[in-house]
Design a protein around this ligand. Structure first.
Ligand SMILES: [Zn+2]
Length: 236
């Protein structure tokens, strides 16, 4: 991991991950209904474009979709394929809090957490060649598993939590991306508080929280990273 020096198990090339990300994204969009709300769709694209620019990954084919679904969720697949579910928007409310979610999700992709999970999970079980053959044949089970491992499990009904290390990395990098994009990183604190508030009185936590454990230390950790992120912050 550039920046932290953490070692990752990555059995696929980045190009292979990006190809899997593209396939998974098409699969998700095929199964989904896009929002017909032009203002909300434009908000996701506007904030998304700024976060994308802040990552410096001009080689990614960035794409931002707003999916009509009451799930409180969002994801970014390898290669910059991003989706937000409409159920998230009442919780984020403004651009800065949406930037906190997108910064976090984009960070999972930039840090290759999905590729790491594919390497550790599916491939350990069935082998790299078998996985590639199954994907090439469009075997629904393989597509479903890879889609979930890459981070878009909500649509295929297979929600998988990220590891605590991956969550911390995504929180940390995400704060820097949002600050570079011109959003005050303090909004990330707001976001997690609102997310915890939204979980109250629900039988199940929002999907975003079920894959993103909201341990009490998270907010404290983010608070500790804010001074660093503020060095990148230039209000627009
Ligand atoms: Zn996460």
């Amino acid at each position: 991991m550039p920046g932290t020096g953490r070692h990752q198990l990555l059995l696929l090339s980045e190009g292979q991950e990006v190809q899997m990300g593209l396939d998974a994204y098409r699969e998700v969009l095929k199964k989904s209904k896009l929002s017909t709300d032009p203002a909300a769709t434009e908000q996701v694209r506007r904030v998304g474009r700024r976060i994308a620019e802040a990552t410096g990954r001009t080689d990614y084919q960035w794409e931002f979709s707003l999916i009509e679904d009451k799930q409180v969720n969002a994801f970014c697949l390898p290669g910059g394929k991003v989706a937000v579910y409409t159920g998230l928007l009442p919780i984020t409310g403004d651009d800065a809090r949406l930037a906190a979610v997108l910064g976090h999700e984009v960070a999972h992709a930039i840090a290759r957490h999905g590729g790491e999970r594919v390497s550790q999970g599916l491939i350990v079980q069935v082998g790299l060649t078998a996985t590639q053959v199954a994907l090439a044949r469009n075997d629904p089970r393989a597509v479903q598993q890879v889609t979930a491992l890459l981070g878009a499990g909500a649509t295929v009904g297979l929600l998988l939590p990220w590891s605590r290390t991956q969550e911390s990395e995504a929180d940390h990098l995400g704060l820097i991306f949002m600050a570079k994009a011109g959003y005050d990183p303090h909004a990330a604190l707001d976001l997690w508080r609102r997310m915890a508030e939204a979980a109250k009185g629900r039988e199940r936590p929002p999907e975003f929280l079920s894959t993103h454990p909201s341990e009490a230390t998270r907010i404290a950790q983010i608070e500790a990273w804010i001074p660093e992120a503020m060095q990148y912050y230039r209000p627009r």
